[in-house]
Design a protein around this ligand. Structure first.
Ligand code: ZN
Length: 93
């Protein structure tokens, strides 16, 4: 059986993988820790990105997809867009 790239299968046994490691996707039985006979490491929740954000009171906000500069460029015709976006930008700026 050949594992295709978009399938997340264990590189050793082709079972459903649980994580991506430096040597490829691995199932729970073939993680580097399992092969070495050690327990899986569990990250300290306070040191994860979500934990740090929660401790500092920072909420995740996705980056804006459009700026005022973009709307001005669309309205002036300097930036390509469809005709509807062009007319909307002209009306709003
Ligand atoms: Zn496996």
């Amino acid at each position: 059986m050949t594992a295709r790239q978009w399938e997340r299968l264990c590189a050793i046994c082709h079972a459903a993988a649980v994580g991506l490691y430096t040597d490829g996707w691995r199932c729970a039985d073939h993680t580097p820790a399992a092969i070495a006979g050690r327990p899986e490491t569990v990250p300290d929740p306070a040191l994860t990105l979500a934990g740090i954000r929660a401790a500092r009171g920072v909420r995740y906000s996705p980056p804006p997809t459009e700026t005022v500069v973009d709307r001005a460029a669309i309205a002036s015709g300097k930036r390509r867009s469809n005709i509807r976006a062009y007319r909307d930008a002209q009306r709003s700026t």
